[in-house]
Structure formats: structure tokens, C-alpha cells
Design a protein around this ligand. Structure first.
Ligand code: NAP
Length: 269
């Protein structure tokens, strides 16, 4: 496990930047690791979640180096999306701006869509998975756009959707939609100087992953075939890549998918 201290570097790669991380539930959430590393790199961070888990998020937020504002955002709720910029202003003042937005959100009904249910998954559940996991990248980016300007960065999280995996089923299709959505967003936000990129992470033991029936199957593939090795309990490498894409270190990169998977994607066998 890569250890990180709570030390904040005021001259870090995100110094002076304000970042919204959407999709933090537990301290195992990739979003939590992103929020933590972003703070360590000098960013002002806001986090969000929705529904009953918001209570848990508020508790977990206390484990970050700096207690961030916790916003309520269900990415399928038009009222939440319409009020997001105002929520940010309530916490950061009327001249609030966002330099970066992290989409760390996905949902697919594990009982009907995952774990070998590809041929039977019903459309209503597939539609929900695509809305929450892919369409919402556009919804979130547009809800934040009034607060963003040239140099802004939107980063999402995918699981390589270029191939079919065991057990991942309709979530794989939703991730393919996410990857395509990020390219179209990159096209349409590029003229405003806003970059849109994804990090493609290997399997990590989070709440979302634990809900996938047969997740261990993916896990063991990584264990055997990653040239760099892969620690499924270490969210740090993924969080660092997200923060690098949020920073000014990738000024001419958009529509990209950066793999943080121990090199697994590049191996044939
Ligand atoms: P996680 O901790 O469960 O985070 C997923 C988040 O999405 C949760 O905070 C969840 O909230 C939130 N969410 C679900 N529906 C939402 C909605 N309608 N509106 C707003 N938020 C909603 O799991 P994670 O693994 O860190 O997932 C973060 C991202 O990384 C996802 O896009 C995931 O697909 C991606 N990813 C994960 C892995 C992996 O192996 N873990 C690998 C590659 C990519 P609730 O907890 O309240 O439902």
C-alpha cells in the first residue's frame, strides 16, 4: 500500500485550484483518495454524494486532511444539477469558481446486470446504468460549466471498455458509453479551454467493486498478468493520475484515457 501523509504542500501541483469530487462514500472510494491527494497537493476540495449515504460521506469527510464542504448531488436529479453551482457558491462565496471536476460515479443493478446476467439484463436497468454511469459525465460537466473557465479539467473513472470481460456485463457497456461520452465532451468543451479525460483503473476493492458478483475473477487476472503487479487495496496510483490530469501538467491532453492498471492493458497474455 502506498502510504501518504496528511502533509499539505502549499506549492503542490494543485495549489490555488478548487476541485469538486463527485462520488465519495467510504474512505475506500476512489473519490476519497482523489480528494485526499488533491488537498495534499494544495487544492481546495468539495465532495458530493447522494441519498442516505450522504450521512456516511459527512462522517468520512472528517478523515480528510481538511474537512471539505459536502454537497448533495444525485446526478440523475435535474433539480440537484440545476442547483449545483449555487451550492458551490453557498460554500465558497459568490465569486466561486471550479478548476476541476471529478466524476467518480457508477451504478448498475448487481442482481440483474452483472455477474453473468448479460443476456437477461432488462432495458430499464440498463438505461439506469447508462444514465448514472455515462450520461451523468455530461450532466455533471454542464452543471459545473458556469463555474469553469479556460484551463478547467473534467476527469472521470473507467474500467477498460475496449474488450468484453467476465462478470462485468452491462457495466462494461455503460463504461463504453462513458468513454465515448468523454470524447464528445472533449470535442464540445475544447473550444472553451476545458479538458475532459478518463483514468482507466485496474480492479480496486471499493464498495462498487464488492457489489460485482464474481469480482475476484477480474482481480485474479490482474494478479497474474500485470507487469508492474497490482495492489487492489491501493487507490493512490489512480488518485495521483486523476490529480495529474486535473493539474496544469497536461495542458494539451483531452479526450484521452490514461491507464493506471499495472500495465495489464498492454499485455496479450
Ligand atoms: P464507490 O466508492 O462505490 O464510488 C461510487 C460512487 O458513485 C458512490 O459514492 C456512489 O454513491 C456514487 N453514486 C452512485 N449513483 C449515484 C448517483 N445517482 N448520483 C451521485 N452519485 C452516485 O466505488 P469506486 O470503485 O470508488 O467507484 C468510483 C468510480 O471508479 C466509478 O466510476 C467506478 O466504475 C470506477 N472504477 C472502479 C474500479 C474498481 O475496481 N473499483 C475500477 C475502474 C473504475 P452510493 O455509495 O451512495 O451509492
Amino acid at each position: 500500500m502506498t502510504e501518504a501523509t496528511d502533509t499539505i504542500n502549499p506549492n503542490g501541483i494543485l495549489a490555488g485550484k478548487t476541485i469538486l469530487v463527485a462520488g465519495v462514500t467510504l474512505d475506500t472510494s476512489i473519490g476519497f483518495a482523489v480528494a485526499k491527494f488533491a488537498q495534499q497537493q494544495g487544492a481546495t476540495v468539495l465532495i458530493s454524494n447522494f441519498g442516505q449515504a450522504l450521512r456516511i460521506t459527512r462522517r468520512i469527510a472528517k478523515r480528510l486532511p481538511v474537512l471539505p464542504p459536502v454537497l448533495e448531488l444525485d446526478v440523475t436529479d435535474e433539480d440537484h444539477l440545476a442547483g449545483l453551482a449555487e451550492q458551490v457558491r453557498e460554500h465558497l462565496g459568490s465569486d466561486a469558481h471550479l478548476d476541476g471536476v471529478v466524476h467518480s460515479i457508477a451504478y448498475g443493478n448487481p442482481e440483474t446486470l452483472l455477474g453473468g446476467k448479460f443476456l437477461t439484463g432488462p432495458w430499464s436497468d440498463v438505461a439506469q446504468a447508462v444514465q448514472v454511469s455515462a450520461y451523468s459525465l455530461k450532466s455533471l460537466a454542464m452543471a459545473c460549466k458556469p463555474l469553469m473557465s479556460e484551463g478547467g479539467s473534467v476527469v472521470g473513472l473507467t474500467f477498460d471498455a475496449s474488450v468484453a470481460w467476465p462478470v462485468y456485463d452491462w457495466m462494461g457497456v455503460a463504461k463504453a458509453a462513458l468513454e465515448s461520452t468523454s470524447r464528445y465532451l472533449a470535442r464540445d468543451l475544447g473550444p472553451d479551454g476545458i479538458r475532459v479525460n478518463l483514468v482507466s483503473a485496474g480492479p480496486l476493492k471499493t464498495l462498487a467493486a464488492k457489489a460485482i458478483p464474481g469480482f475476484e475473477e477480474l482481480d485474479s487476472m490482474w494478479e497474474q498478468n500485470s507487469p508492474l503487479g497490482w495492489d487492489n487495496g491501493d487507490q493512490q496510483p489512480t488518485a495521483r493520475a486523476v490529480c495529474a490530469l486535473l493539474s496544469d501538467l497536461f495542458p494539451a491532453t483531452t479526450g484521452e484515457i490514461v491507464h493506471v492498471d499495472g500495465g495489464f492493458h498492454a499485455m496479450g497474455a
